[in-house]
Design a protein around this ligand. Structure first.
Ligand code: AMP
Ligand code: MG
Length: 471
């Protein structure tokens, strides 16, 4: 396993060398063979447990904790940083692409602010399942290589078994990373970070000077739009879209309080602390827009010495967010409904459907799946949609089924199933149910095997479902 270092030379303030705190009895609970193979990681089970608990450190590279700021629920914290994460370094895969390898839950760091730097098994397994599911759903995301039990308790409201998650990401450069350097007035660091992000994620940007960083902002904005559109296509609610949880690569990160929407409602919120609905399903585009504006503010010193002029130039990009999002969002509905081209009346067709979904408390995933299947078997058409469907069917053609099958998953990681499986897993440190579920989630658009139990919308738990920032 060959690790390289990718952040240490940017700015001293940005990354602090810090060693994980060893744990008592590391044991591999989940191991992602596919990712291990891509990354050429060839270790036996006891080596896996040692390296991915933080008990053994690769001698090539010193682990670091990254500094970042963050707007959490709109309030700015200048110094958050990796309080429970260690970046071990990066591994170059078979296609010559480098991936950050990060341990989450491997002990306190200089950024822990009194926290224990630990993580319990439940949220660790949740991150593993959700990120694998999202990847298979075609949503950009960080991945999980491993979950290793620590053999030690972590103390939350009650003692819980501890675990370390290994996260794999194309980078850990956040909007909050830029805010961190901007807040310190570190213009050289800011420029180095922007250049690094461009080289890593947007290598097609060749412009220099002011144009370079405007192009960067524009590219990040496009990726955020694509990301939120793909979340909304599959019914995903991130739950904590703080600027520290927004990667400039456009990958989904931080699966703490996320959940999948059941009955369609733009106002759906599951996070126990999101009292105002800031991160509700339908507010995600507004927040992505807001987060991009925070990135823009951080870039001011790279644009012009004249602050007013810099703000004007940066705003000229951010001001396009809404139009560009709406265009991508319209295309998403066209895909989900398999429409033949686009027509001015399509917006009305979509909003009429969404009104019916809300009025009749229809499950988002199952309804779009039923509509898809109804093209082959009219019996699948939900009765309450039949009148609306006359207009819809007039807009479909022989390609509609194919388009809809690719846009509408048949199986998603439903909240109540995840909770049942996680409880089973914590109890037995293994779960045949989890293995089966992960297997089904690999092909969410085909799911030819026995999937009906995963489509079940089991009422009680989901109606009162709450999620927590617990990872
Ligand atoms: P998150 O909810 O993962 O986005 O975390 C927000 C901030 O709180 C980050 O700076 C984390 O590193 C920090 N944090 C969360 N939980 C802990 C913990 N148990 N110990 C130390 N820091 C933590
Ligand atoms: Mg976070």
């Amino acid at each position: 396993m060959k690790l390289i270092s990718r952040y240490t030379d940017i700015a001293d303030a940005f990354s602090v060398t810090d060693t994980p705190t060893p744990v008592g009895a590391p044991e591999v609970l989940l191991w992602n063979d596919h990712i291990a193979e891509e990354l050429n990681i060839d270790l036996n089970s006891s080596q896996q447990a040692l390296y991915f608990s933080g008990n053994k450190i690769n001698s090539d590279v010193a682990p670091v904790a990254l500094g970042y700021s963050g707007h959490q629920f709109g309030h700015f914290s200048p110094r958050l940083g990796d309080g429970r994460a260690h970046l071990l370094g990066a591994i170059v895969d078979k296609n010559n692409q480098a991936w950050d390898i990060q341990l989450k839950g491997a002990g306190a760091t200089p950024f822990s602010r009194g926290g224990d730097g630990r993580c319990s098994i439940g949220p660790a397994v949740r991150e593993y399942i959700m990120s694998e599911a999202m990847h298979a759903l075609g949503v950009p995301t960080t991945r999980c290589l491993a979950v290793v039990a620590s053999g030690e308790p972590v103390y939350r409201q009650t003692p819980l078994p501890g675990a370390i998650v290994t996260r794999v990401a194309s980078s850990h450069i956040r909007v909050g990373s830029f805010q961190y350097l901007a807040t310190q007035g570190d213009v050289a660091g800011l420029k180095a970070l922007a250049d690094l992000a461009i080289a890593r994620h947007y290598p097609k940007i060749e412009a220099t000077g002011t144009e370079r960083y405007l192009a960067f902002l524009n590219a990040v904005m496009q990726k955020q739009i694509e990301l939120v559109v793909s979340w909304m296509r599959v019914g995903f609610i991130h739950g904590v879209m703080n600027t520290d949880n927004t990667l400039v690569s456009g990958e989904t990160i931080d699966y703490g309080p996320c959940a999948m929407m059941n009955d369609f409602d733009f106002d759906t919120v599951f996070s126990s602390i999101d009292h105002q609905g800031r991160y509700a399903f339908g507010n995600q585009p507004n927040i992505a827009n807001w987060n991009c504006a925070r990135l823009a503010e951080s870039l001011i010193p790279l644009i012009s010495d004249d602050e007013e002029q810099a703000v004007e130039l940066l705003s000229s990009i951010i001001n396009h967010f809404a139009d560009q999002f709406n265009q991508a969002f319209t295309e998403m509905w066209e895909q989900k409904l398999g429409l033949n081209g686009s027509q001015a009346s399509d917006n009305e067709l979509v909003s009429e459907l969404l009104t019916l979904l809300k009025q009749y408390n229809l499950d988002y995933t199952n309804t779009f799946n039923d509509l898809t299947q109804s093209l082959k078997d009219p019996q699948m058409m939900p009765a309450v949609l039949s009148s609306w469907a006359k207009k819809w069917l007039a807009r479909t053609d022989e390609f509609s089924y194919g388009k809809m099958s690719e846009a509408n998953p048949r199986v998603i990681p439903r909240n109540h199933i995840i909770e049942t499986i996680i409880s089973d897993f914590i109890e037995h440190k293994h779960s045949a149910q989890l293995d089966e579920f992960l297997n089904v989630l690999k092909n969410p658009y085909q799911a030819d095997n026995e999937i009906s139990k995963y489509q079940d919308v089991s009422g009680d738990l989901d109606k009162n479902y709450q999620t927590f920032c617990g990872t």
